[in-house]
Ligand binder design. Structure first.
Ligand SMILES: Cc1cc2nc3c(=O)[nH]c(=O)nc-3n(C[C@H](O)[C@H](O)[C@H](O)COP(=O)(O)O)c2cc1C
Length: 178
């Protein structure tokens, strides 16, 4: 099947973020499955309705890249049983004006230090994505628990079962888009 072009972002600003590592692993493990372009959200300001029609360049670029992509991958940490505030901020920017997330295929995943591996964060993210009318893949799930034990010093996932889960997730998302 033809490879789709998707945009992806990790909702953590932390330098050694497990979610950034997960996303980097998704890019390499998925190279024969799907084209993933990472968008760095570290310069995105807080959403402000006053400037939504004349936003900073980074927002114009974000909107353009989401519009041009065939799907979006959201990789979110879990903070206090929910997804991160910067993940919500990106969704809020994308929910208005050109509404780039409207009817856009989206899949969600994440890594956390806890036992549930962002499962609670992902459950909270789904109703928000319903509000912006994104077309969210239901299955399979992808969550990485105990992230501190999963990544090598170089940030690689060495466990072949997890590698295969990631490939399956990306293959299913590619099929979901088509
Ligand atoms: C404010 C805060 C709240 C957190 N809450 C949770 C939580 O509810 N569940 C969980 O599994 N981990 C929680 N953690 C631990 C994170 O999973 C861990 O810090 C992880 O490394 C964050 O993702 P990152 O590495 O991509 O930045 C929390 C961490 C922070 C800083």
């Amino acid at each position: 099947m033809e490879k789709t072009n998707v945009l992806a972002f990790a909702g953590s600003l932390r330098r050694n973020s497990y979610n950034k590592m997960l996303l980097n692993n998704m890019v390499s493990l998925g190279e024969n499955i799907i084209n993933i372009n990472i968008f760095d959200i570290s310069e995105i300001p807080f959403f402000n309705q006053d400037i939504e029609n004349e936003p900073p360049e980074v927002i114009k670029e974000l909107r353009k890249q989401v519009n041009d992509s065939e799907g979006v991958i959201i990789v979110t940490p879990e903070y206090n049983f929910s997804f991160s505030a910067i993940t919500k901020n990106v969704i809020d920017w994308l929910s208005r004006v050109e509404k780039p997330l409207d009817n856009k295929p989206v899949c969600i995943c994440g890594a956390s230090g806890g036992y549930f591996g962002t499962a609670r964060a992902q459950l909270q993210l789904r109703p928000v994505l319903a509000a912006v009318n994104a077309r969210v893949m239901s299955k399979p799930d992808l969550f990485i628990p105990n992230a501190q034990n999963i990544f090598s010093d170089g940030g690689e996932i060495l466990d072949t079962t997890i590698q295969n889960n990631i490939k399956d997730f990306l293959q299913k998302f590619n099929n979901f888009i088509k």
